[in-house]
Ligand binder design. Structure first.
Ligand SMILES: [Fe+2]
Length: 354
């Protein structure tokens, strides 16, 4: 490629990267790698993220590799010379022919036929956040212009890598908070251990069968995990009572859907999540609680969680009922379809092969 082509490619990359608001970091990485693959006529292109805590470079996006080849390639740890070059010395690295550089000649390259590569770190505020590496299955004398080009791409990607790093940090914190809340609920209500996770699993199966969008499926997953969160304010005696509840005690339990919704709303969760929690005990025929709304007035997410919740409860050991088999639980869902449950959701649940 000549300098003019370089500029065109850089222009395309800049357009993708600077449009970061419109694309997720993963989408930007993928597009950048596809362009690099064409530009370098490469066999493989890989972006790695630097895990500073565990000191390794793990693959987060790749282009040109089959899934088998991806399995072969492991994270680069401190024992790897490439890790030491890229992370510790913070320098780009080029190997024209691995057979002339025994230090960089490893088994995976030989098995996969890789003969040369170049790599460079992605540095943000003096921290190595990741790396880009281009591989060729031919020996190749990498040109200076190619290394410069790769370094420019790496510096352009620094903001995207920083966003990716931050989002993953948030995600891990967020998941930890949700897990802690569920643990708290399970300590209080000893009969519901694992219930929220299993309800969430069934709710996501239904949402996927309905071909809902990824973000909608994520909201259903969160609402299902947190659907009984309001039970933390119900007394332990009522929650763990193995005999029949009095009307007064049942009225106390019934408050959990509204309390859960209030807590999630004030915590900043979106309306589709807290409404699903609020309405997960509403019935299709209007005989549920807390408001007695019916049909399509009940949010789709709440109708999905209601079916998932009922199936999970029936097929789990509880003090107040005999455990049902899968077939018995399905029979009960069908029997209550159109009265307690939304008929469409029951039908979708029955159509899931799993
Ligand atoms: Fe509930």
């Amino acid at each position: 490629m000549n300098n003019f082509d370089n500029l065109i490619e850089l222009g395309k990359l800049s357009a993708i990267i600077t449009d970061g608001d419109q694309y997720k970091p993963e989408e930007i990485f993928k597009s950048v790698l596809d362009l690099l693959n064409v530009y370098f006529k490469a066999d493989w292109c890989i972006i790695r993220k630097h895990d500073e805590l565990n000191q390794n470079l793990e693959i987060i996006e790749s282009s040109g590799l089959s899934s088998d080849e991806l399995v072969e390639l492991k994270s680069l740890t401190t024992s790897s010379l490439v890790y030491s070059h890229i992370v510790l010395q913070r320098k780009p690295l080029q190997v024209d022919n691995i057979y002339n550089e025994p230090l960089f000649n490893n088994e995976v390259y030989i098995t996969q036929g890789i003969l040369s590569f170049i790599a460079t770190p992605i540095i943000v505020n003096d921290r190595v956040l990741g790396s880009i590496k281009i591989y060729s299955k031919k020996p190749k004398v990498w040109k200076k212009s190619e290394m410069i080009f790769l370094n420019i791409v790496a510096s352009q990607l620094s903001m995207t890598m920083s966003n990716y790093d931050m989002m993953n940090g948030y995600k891990a914190d967020y998941q930890a908070i949700v897990s802690a809340i569920i643990k708290l609920l399970e300590i209080k209500d000893k009969y519901t251990s694992g219930h929220s996770i299993r309800v969430s699993y069934y709710a996501v199966l239904i949402a996927k069968q309905l071909e809902l969008s990824t973000s909608e499926i994520k909201r259903i997953e969160i609402a299902a995990i947190l659907h009984d969160i309001g039970k933390v304010v119900v007394s332990d005696e009522i929650l763990n009572k193995s005999s029949k509840l009095s009307e007064e005690e049942f009225n106390e339990i019934k408050k959990h859907s509204v309390i859960g919704a209030i807590v999630l709303r004030s915590g900043g969760f979106c309306e589709k999540i807290y409404k699903a929690v609020e309405q997960h005990h509403e019935w299709w025929n209007g005989k549920g609680y807390p408001y007695g709304i019916s049909g399509d007035m009940i949010s789709l997410n709440a109708r999905i969680i209601a079916v998932a919740d009922a199936y999970e409860t029936m097929t789990s050991q509880r003090p107040y009922h005999k455990i049902k088999s899968h077939d018995e639980a399905i029979e009960e869902l069908v029997r209550c379809s159109g009265t307690q449950f939304c008929p469409t959701i029951v039908k979708v649940f029955l159509s899931i092969k799993e």
